[in-house]
Design a protein around this ligand. Structure first.
Ligand code: PLP
Length: 405
């Protein structure tokens, strides 16, 4: 009789976004004229840059010719894109990252989850709380998270690092020994960033203990602060303890196009094995590579026009973030994030519960948000607002919230 992976049965339902959608539909059913503005969406809304679509059109035409046809591509990505990434995202910023350390993929979500394939099931995993749920669920599927404790909303074998107001939503290394550490800066959902000193503490910790840092910088393009690191590899010592995930999803509107990359330094070794070789082996076996046309589109982001057009889109979202942050702060609410990230982490007034405040904003302001409690126990008492919407709708949403407070 076939046995299933029992770990899947331990997963709680993906409650957060389905419950948000359910409450919005229920409200709309009772209020058919309500014009709900969604500050809950985590997807981008601006179209692809013209430089990207032009490069993709050209690549499609190439594919229709004998000379320009591309069949199975290299699983690690085409050299033209790996070289562009190494040069523009790293070497031009003073980091010694080589093309062979870059693995092009179809998403940071896939890579953050799949990276677990190269690590043993008995590693102890540390995650931030609140957290991007993919880190938790993929480790639960692999049997590294133990048992889910319904009443506490947490897994008994994961180490949760509370990210709260008191530590500026940036945790310090835990007291207990951990082997794999997921860090995400700029953070989803809190919008917090880590300073150079904070990241240095983590890198020193990992090098001292032999842990590996899995650094998700999917939102690095939103960083405005001159001193805030965009990459873990800006930190001395990171090449012997860290893997970095990046994505074109939010940087260049690629959520529907699918392209991202992961950097595994050649120096990074554990248990006598080079993690770059293990990841290469994993990708060559299980991953088919990103379509040629999409990779040509991604490479166009690094052209002068592509850079400028992408910058304008990011600027548009940044302006939304500013409107939300300033508008709600002026209304007396405590807002965090939103300066170096597309997320604003809003403390609920009067210690109201996350879901209670969500319902209040939906009902009284017709604004949809995401309750912080859905991202982990330390998210209780917060809601997440996103800057990915239309500028006018974002302004209207802020005015509506101001009015009801
Ligand atoms: N990492 C974080 C922290 C995210 O919030 C998201 C998407 O919301 C992703 C990764 C997913 O990136 P991708 O679209 O490249 O899979």
């Amino acid at each position: 009789m076939t046995k299933i992976n029992q770990n899947f049965l331990k997963l709680p339902g993906s409650y957060l976004f389905s419950e948000v959608a359910r409450r919005i539909s229920a409200y709309c059913a009772g209020h058919p004229d309500a014009k709900i503005i969604k500050l809950s969406i985590g997807d981008v809304t601006r179209p692809l840059a013209p430089a990207v679509t032009a490069a993709m059109h050209k690549a499609v035409d190439e594919m229709g010719t004998f000379e320009g046809f591309h069949g199975y591509g290299p699983e690690q990505g085409y050299e033209f894109l790996r070289e562009a990434v190494a040069q523009h995202d790293y070497q031009s910023r003073g980091m010694d990252v080589k093309p062979e350390e870059i693995f092009i993929s179809d998403g940071a979500k896939s890579d953050c989850g799949n990276i677990g394939d190269i690590f043993g099931a008995d590693n102890i995993v540390a995650v931030c709380d609140p957290v991007y749920p993919v880190y938790v669920d993929t480790n639960a599927m692999a049997g590294r998270a133990g048992e889910y404790q319904e009443a506490l909303g947490r897994w008994n074998r994961l180490v949760y690092m509370p990210c709260v107001k008191e530590n500026g939503f940036t945790p310090e290394p835990p007291k207990e020994a951990v082997d794999l550490i997921y860090l995400c800066f700029p953070n989803n959902p809190t919008g917090a960033v880590a300073t150079r000193e904070q990241l240095k503490t983590w890198v020193d910790y990992a090098n001292r203990t032999g842990a590996v840092i899995l650094y998700d910088s999917a939102y690095e393009a939103f960083i405005t602060g001159a001193d805030i690191p965009h990459s873990i590899f800006e930190i001395e010592g990171a090449r012997t303890c860290a893997i970095e995930f990046r994505s074109y999803s939010k940087t260049a509107g690629f959520t529907g196009n699918r392209c991202a990359y992961t950097v595994v330094p050649l120096e990074l070794e554990r248990d006598g094995a080079k993690l770059n070789s293990l990841w290469n082996r994993r990708q060559c076996t299980k991953f088919n590579g990103v379509p040629y046309v999409v990779q040509r589109g991604a490479a166009a982001i690094y052209t002068p026009e592509g850079k400028e057009q992408t910058r304008q889109s990011i600027e548009y979202y940044r302006e939304n973030a500013k409107i939300i942050r300033e508008g709600l702060s002026a209304a007396g609410l405590s807002c965090f994030g939103g300066t170096d990230a597309p997320y604003i982490w809003l403390e609920t007034p009067g210690k109201m519960g996350s879901w209670e405040f969500f319902d209040l904003l939906l009902d009284k302001a017709n604004v949809a948000t995401t309750p912080g409690a859905g991202f982990g126990p330390s998210g209780e008492g917060y809601i997440r607002l996103t800057a990915f919407g239309d500028a006018q709708a974002t302004k209207t949403a802020v005015e509506r919230i101001q009015k009801i407070l």
